[in-house]
Write a protein that binds this ligand. Structure first.
Ligand SMILES: [Cu+2]
Length: 320
């Protein structure tokens, strides 16, 4: 994204620079040309329609170019590719806790392979934070009580600064970290060291421990809906609305089940607010996602921008 954001930014600078130059040249020229001279009277000018049209149309066209270009870059930046690997991020005063879908946990460090789309599903345990990696041109608020999403594809191995960009208390300035971008082989080696197993497997354990599995069973016998294949599919709600089950929906079902009741079921699901940590909610979300048909295979996927565009899903509900 960095190149695209920079190109737009440089274009804006050039347009602004040219306007500044034009204004100052005219200012100086007119000041000299029409300065006060004894005996010369000012002449009243009644206006000019062609002039009005020209200086309305040209700025309009320039602004429409900025708007169109900005909108395209914005939607690219806001729409994670479908086959991105996922990292769950929990921000708290004053650290970043990161958990890979494969199970690795990190604090203030995020290891990723070069050339891979990475989608971050982020929430906060306390106040508002903001995930900011200047080198990747991403900055996304991280809010308590919901998920926000950001994504990137690192193009060069190296270590990049990660900041919190939202004042979050005394040690806000210490809430920093590194994104470590590695060659795929190195990353593979890193991955194989000290994993606790996939996040979805942790989620499956939590699912059993909390008794979710007593109501949500894989057969049709449970008192709650069968969760196989729910993620990413439309859900009919009791109040007549239909929505697509995304991460925020699953999260809300767990923490505030009364907010959106699924059609055709008794409202018996208890809230788990206060009983589960953010990490456990993330694990449950990862587990429920894993019950849905596999996403398009990441391996061998064509990584040209055209095919990535075609792979984009709409994550509209996460856009602020
Ligand atoms: Cu912070």
């Amino acid at each position: 994204m960095a190149g695209r954001v920079d190109a737009l930014y440089i274009f804006l600078l050039i347009v602004c620079g040219m306007m500044t130059l034009l204004i100052f040249v005219c200012l100086i020229y007119f000041a000299a040309r029409y300065r006060y001279r004894p005996g010369v009277r000012a002449e009243q000018i009644e206006g000019s329609t062609p002039l009005e049209i020209v200086w309305s149309t040209i700025p309009f066209l320039v602004f429409m170019v900025i708007f169109g270009w900005g909108a395209v870059v914005y939607f690219q930046e806001r729409t994670p590719p479908r086959d991105a690997t996922e990292v769950y991020v929990v921000a708290k005063q004053w650290m970043w806790k990161l958990e890979h879908a494969e199970g690795q946990r990190e604090i203030n460090e995020l290891h990723v392979p070069v050339g891979q789309d990475v989608k971050m599903i982020m929430t906060s345990q306390d106040v508002i934070h903001s995930f900011f990696v200047p080198a990747f041109r991403i900055k996304q608020d991280v809010l308590p009580g919901r998920y926000t999403v950001a994504w990137f594809r690192a193009t060069k191995p190296g270590v990049y600064h990660l900041f919190c960009a939202e004042y979050c208390g005394t040690q806000h300035s210490g809430m920093v970290g590194d994104v470590v971008v590695m060659e795929p082989a190195q990353y593979e080696a890193w991955m194989n060291g000290g994993s606790t197993g996939p996040l979805s497997a942790t989620g499956e354990k939590v699912f059993a421990e909390l008794g979710c599995s007593t109501c949500h069973r894989a057969d049709a016998q449970g008192r709650g809906p069968n969760l196989q294949g729910v993620f990413g599919k439309p859900v009919q709600l009791e109040d007549g609305r239909t929505l697509v089950a995304d991460e925020n929906y699953i999260r809300e079902c767990i923490l505030d089940p009364g907010a959106k009741r699924v059609k055709g079921f008794q409202p018996i699901m208890p809230t788990f607010q206060g009983l589960v940590s953010e990490e456990q909610v993330n694990a449950l979300v990862a587990y429920i996602k894993s019950l849905s048909p596999a996403k398009p295979a990441a391996a061998g996927a064509d990584k040209t921008s055209a095919s990535t565009d075609a792979n984009r899903n709409s994550e509209g509900s996460q856009v602020e």
